[in-house]
Write a protein of this length. Sequence first.
Length: 337
Amino acid sequence: MSSQTPHAITLLPGDGIGPEVTESAVRVLEAAGVAIEWDRVEAGGDVIAKYGTPVPEPVLQSIRRRGVALKGPITTPVGEGFRSANVTMRQALDLYACIRPVRSLPGVTTRFEGVDLILVRENTEDLYSGLEHRVTAGVVESIKVVTERACLRIARYAFALARRLGRQKITAVHKANIMKLTDGLFLECCRRVARDYRDLEFGDVIVDNCAMQLVRDPRQFDVMLLGNLYGDIMSDLCAGLVGGLGVVPGANVGDDVAVFEAVHGSAPDIAGKGLANPTAVILSSVEMMKHLGELDAAKRIDAAIHATLAEPRLRTRDLGGKASTDAFTNSVIERLG
Ligand code: NAI
Ligand code: MG
């Protein structure tokens, strides 16, 4: 059962389907008996007029003070507009590791059974440095920043995680054949750290081949270690292997702070309609419970999700069912042991 003192957690509902799916996770956590004091804060396009930034200082302070946050997706307009709130937050809080466990779910039939891999994505640099400029009319540049410090840090994180979770193998994903300096440095740092972990198998794969191998047989991978852009793209691909974006959780982790959020975005096409699958955010909150040492609650919520997904009629539309976000959430709550 939960501890006496409530956990202090920052809640960022986000926009689009964010408020619907995060509310669902809040309800499930409450029903599971976990005492939480939420600090609800807002980030994204709606707060720019007031604060001049998508991630105001009070939001960062709330997260820093509590050390833990649950976050819904935040829309980033394509083209002109504000800088991504997500990228800004990850950089401001130095959430350098993005962890995404990708697992087959009982009852959710996909091309492969028994998929169980973990993506570890570098979260602070690469082509997400935000350094883009116009050189001259019709010519623009984006700067890919890769540092030894960030590469060693993410590699050490991935190897330590693999050992802690009893995993066997780490695969570094890169394009060092073309980007000899940037991806070359990433790969070299991974190799260097691998030498300190002789108990773990280490290999590397070029990113385009990796995409093909993943759709051919994802079970050949265990822990995957990727830079920011490849990690972003492969996360969505891997979500597709186990039922789609509605079911894959995630965490952005730094040395002092962890922000839990699903892989998916704000899904404007279904926002406000009660159609969103809250599984990914609920499973992100399960990861958050593990992080906080609430192992019993984590286990019970996980089991309730599995029991709900096992019944096709209880699923949301993305998984072929007819249930609304609320109805699915109620079914999960009813199945909490
Ligand atoms: P998306 O992940 O929002 O949606 C892609 C497709 O998956 C859509 O058809 C959507 O309906 C479906 N989908 C996503 N989550 C779902 C769920 N929980 N249940 C059922 N169906 C779901 O990706 P998209 O359309 O590329 O991005 C929309 C916006 O979200 C963009 O502004 C993007 O920048 C932002 N975004 C934010 C993220 C974050 O806050 N961490 C992450 C990814 C995107
Ligand atoms: Mg993404």
